[in-house]
Design a protein around this ligand. Structure first.
Ligand code: C2E
Ligand code: CA
Ligand code: CA
Length: 280
């Protein structure tokens, strides 16, 4: 039995090694893929729960891989962060998102902002402020139409320098959003240090709303959400709920006072055109 166990472990290890190798090979291909234009952005609307207006659109990167098909970010972002390649990839995402967003203003009085995910590595890079300023200048996108999403865990590991960079960007008019709010080890002190515009509450609190109101778990989620909304509003922040999948969830979020929703109920990630039609 012992020998069999050992063999099984060897098998697991070989499997794991193969997976790791595949992951690294994928990451190593990122620079070439950038040169070949294999990445593209889908967008997902942040929709006002009051009047259904599209307030902003989050850019979500995809990789049209010649052999593997379209890859979702989960399969390559993690490793891009580990290897530092996220700096180049994230730079491309920022420039491309701003370039596309600049074109959304045609014929619209109040075009949506574009919301771009910022990895920890990018935040720690000394040239971040200049990079963002350069992109805004080149694309002629007004700073107030750019939102940068950073996660709570990013803020956790954050030392003084990145906070200063974010403050400079916020002074320029760039919106700062806290992504996946409520999932990280949550130290609210950064809300004092940073001019945050928006909290994006993680979908897992919204999922709970699906259950009938008598379900104790669901009532807890509803109370947590209501408290987050009053905290945010007391600090003049807007709240966007992520992962809104049903009309019922949207209704409850509206009743709680949540400002905006994002999720399959309002639209799955897709090319920007799909949602620009909604701007009227
Ligand atoms: P995220 O920032 O939390 O993005 C939202 C994710 O939830 C997206 O997955 C989206 O497709 C998915 N989603 C949206 N609505 C619903 C819903 O109603 N139900 C469910 N179950 N899921 C929903 P996606 O596009 O696969 O992105 C995954 C993660 O990859 C993102 O999570 C973000 O952390 C990261 N990511 C995506 N693009 C970038 C990027 O350009 N740079 C960086 N650094 N990270 C990115
Ligand atoms: Ca995000
Ligand atoms: Ca999120």
């Amino acid at each position: 039995a012992k020998a069999a166990g050992g063999a099984r472990w060897a098998l697991f290890d070989a499997d794991r090694n193969r997976r790791e190798l595949a992951r690294y090979a994928l990451a190593a291909a990122i620079p070439t893929a950038l040169d070949r234009g294999e990445f593209f952005l889908d967008y997902q609307p942040l929709t006002s729960l009051r009047d259904g207006r599209v307030l902003g659109m989050e850019a979500l990167v995809r990789w049209r891989h010649p052999q593997l098909g379209v890859l979702r970010p989960d399969s390559f972002i993690g490793l891009a962060e580990e290897t530092g390649l996220i700096v180049r990839l994230g730079g491309w995402v920022l420039a491309e998102a701003c370039r596309e967003a600049a074109s959304w203003s045609a014929g619209h009085d109040d075009p949506p902002f574009v919301s771009v995910n910022l990895a920890v590595r990018q935040l720690h890079r000394p040239g971040l402020v200049q990079e963002v300023q350069g992109v805004l200048r080149q694309t002629a996108l007004p700073a107030r139409r750019l939102q940068l999403e950073i996660t709570e865990s990013t803020m956790m590991s954050t030392v003084e320098e990145p906070v200063r960079a974010l403050r400079v960007l916020a002074d320029l008019g760039v919106r700062i959003a806290i992504d996946d709010f409520g999932t990280g080890y949550c130290n609210l002190a950064y809300l004092r240090e940073l001019p945050v515009a928006e909290l994006k509450v993680a979908g897992e609190f919204v999922t709970g709303l699906r259950a009938p109101a008598t379900d104790p778990g669901s009532r807890t989620d509803e109370r947590i959400l209501a408290s987050l909304v009053s905290l945010a509003h007391a600090l003049d922040l807007t709240v966007t709920a992520e992962g809104v999948e049903t009309a019922d969830q949207a209704d409850r979020l509206r009743a709680i006072g949540c400002d905006a929703g994002q999720g399959w109920h309002f639209g799955r990630p897709a090319p920007a055109d799909r949602f620009l039609a909604r701007l009227g």
